[in-house]
Design a protein around this ligand. Sequence first.
Ligand code: NAD
Ligand code: IPM
Ligand code: MN
Length: 361
Amino acid sequence: ETMKNILILPGDYIGPEVMAEAVKVLEVFKAEGEPIAWSFGHLGGAAYEAEGHPYPPSTQQAARAADAILMGAVGGPKYDGLPRAVRPEQGILGIRKDLGLFANLRPALAYEALAAASPLKPELIAGLDVLIVRELTGDIYFGQPRGRRKTADGHDEGYDTMHYSVPEIERIAHVAFQAARKRRRRLCSVDKENVLETSRLWREVMIRVGRDYPDVELTHLYVDNAAMQLIKNPRQFDVIVTGNLFGDILSDEASQLAGSIGMLPSASLDANNKGLYEPIHGSAPDIAGQNKANPLAMILSVGMMFKYSFGRTDLADRIDAAVRKVLQDGKRTGDIAQPGEPVIGTQEMGAAVVDALRTSK
Ligand code: NAD
Ligand code: IPM
Ligand code: MN
């Protein structure tokens, strides 16, 4: 077996805290003899402080050479005043673009043990299993031109450009249809076709690509309606495919079906399943440094890495099972605890997952 090299980018604020728990999971598998090795690099604010850039050349080289990347989260108030080009967020956008990680998979599951943690009624979310496929290297995030200028009558204005090309839409469409094929064969494409030219093109291409997947049922929703339907009747969805901006927003919304944004992992993949794995949440400055963050999204992201980059569904399944077990055992960080329930810290939650993993070999 060839050694798999993992680059770890802990990031900022709670990023390093949740990453420390993910590393404990790697250590369990390494001790079992799995051929994995890892090294650390800088991304985001930490990279700006250490090397003067949020995605410095050292990280770029290590990222290109790695078999997979784990990332915590970047950004925070300490860095909010920096010029946009060196803000931590440019680090994550930069690495996604540089490595061509165009396909972002964000699964949202309703864990039975967490039914009470969701603000939705338990009967609405029981058994829920939605996969959001978010396009990650296009859209208004990267479209040109963008910037600031003066209007003719002397006001400052800011502008961004929403942009999608046919090849960009085609490749994310194939990812989404193929994912749907492995699931319940229903794909809902979310756009704003009634208003936006990019969305008209998006919908045309989805329909055209859909002809290659007659076994998958393709439907379309406008994004405003989709946001509403996710709350009204989330179980109508199997796979959702959407653009970068809409996918960002809808996946934070979907995290509330699972009970907390601290529960949602993600995979960001290129055309060859090289991937970067990170929770969907941010650096949570409001709870950083207090051993409060929920590390489960980060730990579940490690599971996605084993599944998608290393073909090790067995290890991914063990991580999923360990997470289910600790939840069933009543382990709760603050974000998923009900009033009156005992709360444990980031490190204690990580340790509980490690215990469950060790006994599951
Ligand atoms: P956030 O996701 O960091 O936090 C939103 C809320 O969710 C906060 O109340 C936070 O405490 C809570 N939360 C988030 N993760 C949690 C966890 N694991 N456990 C428990 N509670 C958790 O979003 P924000 O506050 O809008 O952004 C904070 C910073 O993170 C910003 O600088 C933003 O740009 C950055 N950000 C980075 C990423 C990334 O690196 N991928 C993603 C989103 C936001
Ligand atoms: C995410 C984040 C990022 C995004 C930010 C930090 C650039 O919100 O990964 O969801 O918008 O993609
Ligand atoms: Mn986001």
